[in-house]
Write a protein that binds this ligand. Structure first.
Ligand code: GLY
Ligand code: MN
Ligand code: MN
Length: 431
């Protein structure tokens, strides 16, 4: 049965902080994530909305969270699936409004059946709405019908809060990182030449499930050329003797994600060209982790990674150009042909967590309490018709990804127990 991830005081603190940034004449509405159909009567497993989980710890399907300022106090309400024996026989027990009010950090709980009439009443007492749109068409339609009301998206206020993890959140993320590290170790040990990608996926995800966890994103297990596909998830090919496998897999505990990538030779021995690329990516990763210091810009991480990668690609004879051309004016030079993604992203209740730094967003300065990934990679697909590189690097894909907590005393690698030096990996694969 569902329960709160943290003591109630954690959520009350978050609510107080958030509400202090809202105008008092507003109605806050955060609907649930809609459920998604996989095929006909079969749904995808439900994942609650991260903002709702953050503010109330509620992670059962379909709820709508509201808050409004009444008689000098902010009142938090949840509209939830009502107790209903027939529905519970088919779909599982429901918490119900009484238990919701006594055990969750909310003041009132109502049946979802009463949502629209209740919201109509709430709207009479407010002048504006803070609403996360495009989650509930029922709520969106109601607000759109109320023409006199202005609507603001509250996510940016919540994002600024979510980017700083509390001690309880950090502790949860450490557990998530530890579990995912163990899973990678088990997969390294289970590896052999000719293993199928799905066997490694099964080792990892079976371990997550055996610990009451689950993946935080579909696992990527790419052998040889498949490792050069950034979002590869088919995971159904044999991995040949001499090939590397790139495994990007993380889990979720109480919604908090880990995100780890490791790359290893399935036969337990790196070839010389594989070692060269691995070493280069590892050097770039370590330089990037070293740049994860309070006060550094988000961009400084990408600069640290790309400096090492660009220099290394020239030294290995993969790029035949100057360092300036390799880097490019806007860090978009020749190195981008082989390192196409960002150096990292924030991590938390979402694997690509809120807080900025994605795409063209410049991201914030790094501060204590932020958790992010550092994940440089290099990819030399034999199938690439758009680039040339020495044949010996063909089919090599290496990404190394760790989860990093920014602290006053420097970066703390939450995934430090996941082996990553050449020597550590060669000692563990197949053993
Ligand atoms: N696993 C998704 C990512 O590394 O960003
Ligand atoms: Mn990542
Ligand atoms: Mn990843």
């Amino acid at each position: 049965m569902a329960k709160l991830a943290f003591p109630i005081s954690e959520y009350i603190q978050r609510q107080r902080n958030f509400y202090s940034k809202l105008p008092k004449d507003t109605l806050l509405i955060i609907p649930a994530n809609p459920s998604a159909i996989r095929s006909n009567d079969v749904h995808y497993p439900y994942r609650a909305n991260s903002y709702q989980m953050y503010l109330s710890g509620w992670n059962s399907e379909g709820a709508v969270l509201t808050a409004q300022y009444i008689d000098g106090n902010w009142m938090t309400s949840l509209f939830i699936q009502p107790k209903d024996v027939t529905m519970e026989i088919w779909e599982g027990r429901r918490i119900g409004t009484e238990r919701a009010v006594s055990e969750w950090p909310i003041d009132e709980a109502y049946s979802l059946n009463d949502l629209i009439p209740k919201l109509e009443g709430f709207l009479e007492d407010c002048k504006q709405v803070h609403l996360i749109q495009n989650l509930s068409s029922e709520v969106d339609n109601l607000i759109n019908r109320t023409l006199t009301i202005s609507t603001t998206d509250p996510s940016s206020i919540l994002d600024e809060m979510r980017v700083y993890k509390s001690n309880l959140e950090i502790n949860m993320m450490k557990q998530s990182a530890e579990l995912a590290s163990n899973a990678h170790v088990l997969a390294m040990q289970a590896s052999y030449s000719g293993i199928n990608e799905f066997e490694l996926q099964a080792v990892i995800e079976g371990y997550f499930i055996s610990k009451g966890s689950q993946w935080s994103y579909p696992s990527i297990v790419g052998g040889g050329d498949n490792g050069t596909i950034l979002h590869y998830t088919q995971n159904n090919c044999l991995i040949e003797d001499g090939d590397l496998v790139l495994v990007d897999a993380g889990c979720e505990i109480e919604g908090y994600a880990s995100d780890i990538t490791r790359t290893w030779p399935v036969n337990g021995k790196f070839t010389e060209p594989q070692k060269e690329i691995y070493d280069l990516v590892l050097n770039a990763q370590e330089a990037t982790i070293a740049a994860c210091q309070i006060g550094n810009s988000w961009e400084s991480m990408h600069e640290a990674a790309s400096d090492v990668i660009a220099r290394g690609l020239i030294d290995l004879g993969i790029l035949n150009c100057s360092f300036e051309e390799a880097i490019g004016k806007n860090r978009d030079g020749e190195f981008r042909k082989f390192f196409m993604h960002g150096a990292g992203h924030f991590l938390g209740l979402d694997v690509h967590d809120v807080g900025g730094g994605r795409g063209t967003d410049p991201g914030p300065e790094l501060q204590a309490g932020m958790v992010l990934t550092v994940e440089p990679g290099l990819y030399f697909g034999s199938w690439r018709s758009d680039v040339t590189f020495p044949q010996k690097y063909s089919k090599i894909a290496v990404r190394i990804e760790d989860d990093i907590l920014i602290t006053k005393t420097g970066p703390v690698v939450l995934t430090k127990n996941c082996p990553k030096t050449l020597e550590e990996i060669e000692n563990i694969v197949g053993n």
